[in-house]
Design a protein around this ligand. Structure first.
Ligand code: DC
Length: 231
């Protein structure tokens, strides 16, 4: 039987991790898991329950709410994509809004939240044949992943891509606001005490500032080929 791999993709926010990971999963017929969507779903739940807001955060409330949170990824065959469900509700769109984005770094710093998400991620990954993207996939979730990639791109390029993506979805946000939000999330992701964004020693860096998705796919195809041939 063909060897099924675990492919871990970590890196900065808005540098195209999910587009890349989705394309790889499609190419290999693997499951794609967006671990950031799981932290976003917990954040959305916390905002709705008023455990988080502009006033601050109720950590105890969020921890006690974890047992009531069920997260699923359901394949939408029309869109040919996995969508995130929170307690059986499709929240794929809502978890991407600016309010969730503004609070997710804080929520994802809570130790108990990370513990639960990592547990769920490992459960999902136990069947292999998976591409998972996030911040700590190659370091914490799957330290033995077959392929580890650490993605990066310049802040301006990431802000531009995010701006274009939101514009296409009909969401109007100032370019400078997006840039500020990306910088703030980089700082939060890199500096949190638990599972900060860190390149695993054995992760391969992919700076895609000047690469198209097609070029990135050619690059990974070679890497996968090598891995499957045992080198
Ligand atoms: O990939 P994203 O921007 O959708 O992730 C949302 C937030 O979740 C991001 O600010 C950091 C956090 N995150 C995390 O802490 N660990 C992960 N494995 C994935 C995301």
């Amino acid at each position: 039987m063909e060897k099924r791999l675990i492919i871990a993709i970590d890196g900065y926010s808005s540098c195209g991790k999910s587009t890349f990971a989705k394309s790889i999963a499609k190419m290999l017929n693997y499951i794609y898991i967006d671990s950031g969507a799981m932290y976003r779903a917990v954040t959305l739940y916390s905002l709705r329950k008023k455990f988080a807001g502009v006033w601050g955060i109720n950590i105890e409330g969020i921890i006690s709410g974890l047992k009531d949170i069920q997260i699923d990824f359901v394949y939408n065959s029309d869109k040919e994509e996995y969508e995130t469900f929170l307690n059986s509700e499709n929240v794929e769109r809502e978890i991407r809004n600016m309010e969730v984005t503004a609070h997710v770094s804080r929520v994802s710093q809570i130790y108990e939240v990370r513990l639960r998400m990592v547990e769920l991620q490992r459960e999902i990954g136990s069947s292999k044949g998976i591409v998972m993207d996030g911040r700590d996939i190659g370091t914490v979730v799957f330290p033995d992943a077959d392929i580890k990639i650490f993605m990066t791109a310049s802040v301006d390029i990431r802000a531009r891509r995010r701006f274009d993506e939101l514009k296409e979805k009909g969401i109007s946000v100032e370019f400078e606001e997006i840039k500020r939000s990306i910088i703030a999330r980089d700082i939060a992701d890199e500096n949190r005490d638990i599972s900060p964004l860190l390149r695993a020693d054995d992760a391969i860096i992919l700076d895609n500032s000047r690469m198209s998705v097609g070029e990135q796919m050619l690059w990974i195809e070679k890497l996968i080929e090598k891995k499957k041939n045992g080198s």
